[in-house]
Write a protein that binds this ligand. Structure first.
Ligand code: FAD
Length: 483
């Protein structure tokens, strides 16, 4: 039996593809309809238009990745992309006919279904998995069993203990829920990164967390206001009525994500509040049905000013794997947002993450059980981390606030050092979500403190420049024991 942990787009596509190749599979997931996949909007990048090519897609990916993309990964994923669209269509999924253009892409290559691609696709995959008779169980994996650096099984919160397996596939998503303001659902607490790290796997690129400039929180519900709203004319104003974005970048509201996120963050630091004004958008209700429905649910219309904050959106780092999903622990595959393949470098090109999840999931039958290679770590330095054996309990809410304050959009050495000591005083060896969250946050803070430069999504106010000589390399972390 092959166990797949997580039922997002990565886990479900792997389960379906393996089952179609006659592998017996079981999916174990914290929440069947959980994870970022159901929330994702824009779509899947793939060079299928006549004026496009995988080479152009690769060039755009590398430009956004700011010097840290793994070129072999970029080459692989961009070449595999058109095949993924073909496979999904062969399975019966229908995309809208037009291709969308998104920031950073030099061609129209985003395959989508209205403005809710992820929801449509995840529901479609879930239905297909059910039709194929795939067993999907709701439970939370809390620890991996590893002997002689090979995975042997796992334990769940529901008391299941699995032994003597050759392969486990982790597809548990990222850790972007661990900031007070986020576009991510509650499921994304970085569980498998903590589990795999404790079991001895190498993790990498954790300091790179992408923030989305415009998340709104209304009536306790957080919701992403997609970039296309600004592309279609929405503007940002502060509580003095000033259209401030041009103060920070010549492109105003269409500035790159990280610049705009820092601009909004700075307005808040100056004591301002920030809103999106949707009135300039023509045919808003037709173009943005999902946003319109969200507003209506909260008694708002496009004529109201919508409060916005930047929120943690996508975790670039994760368990280090090669393009096949092989981690440094034999038999332990990690796919989707939980994985670190180096595709995104220091910053992710929009719509490349669903692509990465699908390529890894769909191609799993080619790799599972074949000769094991593991990832190449020669593009970085592996640092040993000794974990404190004891410590206090910290709640998820405390963690999210600490991370927002010290590990957010703008970072500095003093804040990061303070955060590292806070987490050194926390209990990092537990089975609870908060303990996993504290461990992932600790490792992220450590890596962010070490990276004394600003690159991609990582911005240090005390080191505002990029430093290729010292830091054009990855920071890898591995456990070397505990007190
Ligand atoms: P997820 O979809 O996050 O699924 C993780 C699964 O693991 C869930 O089922 C969860 O319940 C389960 N799980 C977690 N922990 C455990 C555990 N311990 N035990 C068992 N199960 C566990 N990307 C794009 O490419 N294009 C877009 O347009 C786009 N838009 C986005 C919009 C929003 C609002 C958000 C939040 C993200 C967006 N992304 C987009 C990113 C993209 O959605 C994610 O990277 C992708 O869906 C990740 O898929 P996944 O299967 O790896 O993880």
């Amino acid at each position: 039996m092959i166990y797949i942990i997580g039922s997002g787009i990565a886990g479900l596509s792997a389960a379906i593809s393996l089952k179609m190749s006659n592998y017996p599979v079981t999916v174990i997931t914290k929440r069947i309809h959980g994870g970022s996949s159901y929330e994702s909007r824009g779509g899947i990048a793939a060079a299928t238009a006549p004026d496009d090519s995988p080479e152009l897609h690769a060039r755009d990916t590398i430009a956004v990745g700011d010097g840290l993309c793994d070129v072999k990964s970029v080459d692989y994923f961009t070449r595999e992309a058109p095949g993924v669209i073909e496979t999904l269509e062969k399975w019966g999924f229908e995309f809208d006919e037009d291709l969308r253009l998104e920031a950073g892409h030099s061609r129209r290559r985003v395959h989508h279904r209205t403005d809710s691609t992820g929801m449509f696709l995840a529901n479609f995959l879930l239905e297909l998995a059910t039709k194929l008779g795939i067993n999907i169980v709701e439970d939370r994996v809390v620890a991996l069993k590893v002997r002689d650096n090979a995975v042997k099984g796992f334990v769940t919160a529901g008391g299941v203990s699995v032994e003597d397996v050759d392969s486990v596939i982790l597809a548990t998503g990222g850790y972007a829920y661990l900031w007070s303001y986020t576009s991510n659902p509650r499921d994304n607490t970085g569980d498998s990164i903590a589990l795999a790290f404790r079991a001895g796997a190498v993790v990498g690129d954790l300091e790179f967390v992408q923030f989305h400039p415009t998340v709104t929180i209304v009536g306790g519900e957080s919701f992403l206001l997609t970039e296309t709203l600004r592309g279609e004319g929405a503007v940002l104003i502060n509580d003095r009525g000033e259209r401030f974005a041009f103060k920070y970048h010549e492109k105003g509201e269409l500035a790159p994500r990280d610049v705009l996120s820092r601009a909004i963050y700075n307005e808040y630091r100056l004591g301002r509040r920030v809103y999106m004004d949707l009135k300039p958008i023509d045919d808003f209700e037709v173009k943005f049905p999902l946003v319109n429905e969200f507003l209506r649910r909260h008694g708002l219309t496009k004529n109201d000013l919508i409060p916005v904050v930047p929120g943690a959106h996508y975790s670039i780092g994760g368990v280090r794997v090669n393009i096949k999903g092989e981690s440094t622990i034999r038999g332990l595959y990690v796919i989707g947002e939980a994985a670190d393949t180096g595709l995104h470098g220091a910053n992710r090109l929009a719509s490349n993450s669903l692509l990465e999840a699908l390529v890894m999931g769909i191609n799993m039958p080619f790799y599972i059980g074949e000769g094991w290679e593991g990832p190449d770590l020669s593009d970085g330095e592996v640092l040993g981390i000794k974990l404190p054996g004891n410590g206090r309990e910290v709640s998820l809410e405390e963690i999210r606030k600490f991370n927002w304050d010290y590990l957010g959009i703008v970072r500095d050495g003093d804040g990061l050092s303070r955060l590292v000591s806070i987490y050194e005083g926390a209990y990092l060896m537990g089975f609870d979500e908060w303990s996993n969250a504290a461990l992932v946050s600790y490792l992220t803070a450590k890596a962010a403190l070490m990276r004394e430069e600003s690159r991609g999504s990582h911005y240090r106010v005390d080191y505002p420049e990029k430093d290729d000589a010292r830091f054009r390399r990855r920071i890898y972390l591995r456990v070397v024991g505990h007190d």
